[in-house]
Design a protein around this ligand. Sequence first.
Ligand SMILES: Cc1ncc(COP(=O)(O)O)c(C=O)c1O
Length: 374
Amino acid sequence: MSRIYLSPPDINQKDRSAIESAFDSGWVAPVGPDLDAFEDEVAQRLNRNYACAVNSGTSALHLALLALDIQPGDRVICPSLTFAGCAFPISYCGAEPIFVDSETDTWNMDPDLLESAIEALLAEGNKPKAVIVVQIYGQCAKMDSILSICNAHQIPLIEDAAESLGATYQGKPAGSFGDLSFLSFNGNKIITTSGGGMLLGNDQALVEKARYFSQQAREPVLHYEHKAIGYNYRLSNLLAALGRSQLTDLDNRIAIRKKHFEAYAQSMGHLPGISFMPISSEGIPNYWLSCMILDGSKTKVSRDDLIVICDQASIEVRPTWKPLHLQKVFQEKQMFGGAVSERLFQDGLCLPSGSSLSDKDREKVISTLSNALK
Ligand SMILES: Cc1ncc(COP(=O)(O)O)c(C=O)c1O
């Protein structure tokens, strides 16, 4: 019995041919025509003028912070309900992450709490140097409010669209907001380069500064000249070829993931104590992961029971993100609010959502969960 995974890489013969062609071209290096073309194609899709492809979303965020000149001791605001890779780069810079809770309409950063956090930090004389907004589980945050708060306070915004390539907000693509934005092409994302990421923006100077740091801070001279500490963060041309091939399938993948979400919601959304991630009318998600919430007081089994039952049936399901303010490594950090992300972590379950998930396997997931819940 083969295991059903949450969001495995979806790769095919076309991807293999793309990598082989790049291999045969001789550009087996973190430079080459596929790398340039991948940057252009993603930038075009996201209405961005400039892009820098790198080896992970985490390094893209690190470069964004370096480009914005984040220094030790600076405050950087970030949502709590997200992956740790969204906050670790703040610590790489020696800066202080300040966490903000989610709202319940999209599970993303609550704009009212963002405003409170900024005001509290201003009152302490610690104006935040940047805000990171995350588009979680494939759905955009309340970008209008978040952008207007950041603009009013003149605080640069970094948009983490790692999970949300292909989603839109008021018709504009996820990844097109903020002074800088970034994507992840990790193996579990909607398209993959096995591991990879991309930083995007419309300000050429900012993106070029990031590119400079990603290439070991080499000065533009023939010998190796360095005036700053650099990083080796560029994506391989071979992997960019894979990314280009994957990108052509993006819209099809969104349609398949949406079908999974709708099948789960239709077959289980009516069960007592079960609800699904709300879909805001302000945007269209890419349905990266289908997430459901269990109200343990109304269901026969708990969220954790379901994880065990699924595991025994060879189905991978996972709790929603553990909020960063509850992580040991960040427990001393400042947090604004907390009840929403704590509840989502306690009761949330992510279901198999990959674009290679067959209808038959999805039916198995539904019957396993429904039988346990009924
Ligand atoms: C919201 C979010 N931000 C950042 C990252 C980091 O990306 P990467 O794994 O490519 O470093 C991820 C996931 O992987 C993520 O889900």
